[in-house]
Design a protein around this ligand. Structure first.
Ligand code: 13P
Length: 322
């Protein structure tokens, strides 16, 4: 891990960020996949669900969202009275791009009775066409709660939808999207990792492919995995099947345990775009403000609110497939 304590430029940027944050009355939120130095400077680091909740309740006037576009949009949907800044304009999400509002409207026409459950990794326009949103932390519970007489259309992640269907024992109409980072994690990579680190537990994010998930000892959202590793005895080692950024918090919060990333390919290039300079520039120049058109925002908010109201205090639940 890069140590920035002796990096004069990084320290100067951190000083500027602290001053600007106060002046702007801003809060800095970071997703668990952000680079270590961004996680460390954030006021709050968490998974998509935790960050949505935080964005909805923060009294700050400005939210600097260190993450990707759909996360900034979710914050803007929930907090129209605040300025939401995304430090890197181009930080998108390939998974979110698999669904468009137009394609979703066509799918709804073909499945007129279906309840549309949309993963938050989606655009505001797609959320606006949906009945309820979910995150990886609550997808199973949301699907379980839907009237068994209604079909479910799950958008846009095939793998998470497949996992939720299996866990909730429901038939689900699946979309054809995936997170290319998680979809790259193969059964071969897991077998190799188990050979390399015998005795290690394998933990994975539900965006991994069904056949890869079959090999997991524990499946959960990023924060679900963080909570799980805390419950395991000192000295345990883990093979982590999700974006490598999560290992920073895992190592920091669990000094007596060992963490190995399951594959060197588990890097989301979009999540890794944010630099300290981007955060400084964002606060200084008040850029890039996330805007969601009012009519889209209200319909998208209804789907996000339905999720937040439903989940109550259920944030992560220990979920094992076998
Ligand atoms: P979390 O729900 O764990 O934050 O995951 C979000 C994500 O984008 C995974 O790739």
């Amino acid at each position: 891990m890069k140590d920035i304590s002796n990096d004069a430029l990084a320290q100067e940027l951190l000083g500027q960020i602290a001053r600007l944050k106060k002046e702007r009355e801003a809060v800095i939120l970071a997703h668990n996949y952000q680079p270590p130095e961004i996680q460390d400077l954030a006021d709050f680091t968490g998974d998509s669900l935790e960050l949505s909740r935080m964005a909805a309740k923060t009294p700050a006037k400005v939210i600097v969202f260190c993450g990707v576009q759909f996360m900034g949009e979710t914050a803007a949907i929930l907090s129209p009275d605040k300025t939401v800044l995304l430090p890197v304009l181009e930080a998108g999400c390939t998974l979110a791009d698999y669904a468009t509002a137009e394609r979703l409207r066509e799918a709804k026409e073909k499945n007129p009775d279906a309840v549309v459950v949309t993963y938050v990794n989606s655009s505001a326009e797609v959320k606006a066409e949906s009945d309820i949103c979910c995150t990886s932390a609550n997808a199973v519970q949301i699907v379980q709660a839907i009237d068994r007489n209604r079909p479910i259309l799950f958008v846009p992640d095939y793998n998470l939808g497949h996992y939720a269907a299996k866990m909730a024992q429901r038939e689900i109409i699946l979309w054809d999207g995936c997170c290319p980072t998680h979809a790259l994690l193969s059964t071969f990579a897991i077998a190799e990792a188990r050979k390399k680190w015998p005795g290690a537990q394998v933990i994975m994010h539900p965006e991994c492919k069904p056949e890869t998930l079959e090999l997991a000892d524990f499946i959960g959202s990023t924060s679900g995995m963080l909570s799980y590793v805390k419950t395991q005895p000192a000295g345990t080692s883990f093979i982590v099947g999700t974006e490598v950024g999560l290992l920073h918090r895992m190592q920091k919060e669990n000094p007596g345990k060992t963490f190995h990333v399951a594959s060197d390919y588990l890097i989301c290039p979009m999540m890794k775009m944010t630099t300290l300079k981007d955060v400084k520039d964002s606060l200084e120049k008040m850029r890039y403000a996330v805007k969601v058109e009012a009519s889209v925002r209200l319909r998208a908010k209804a789907a996000v609110d339905a999720m937040l109201q439903y989940t109550g205090t259920v944030v992560h639940k220990s979920q094992k497939m076998k």
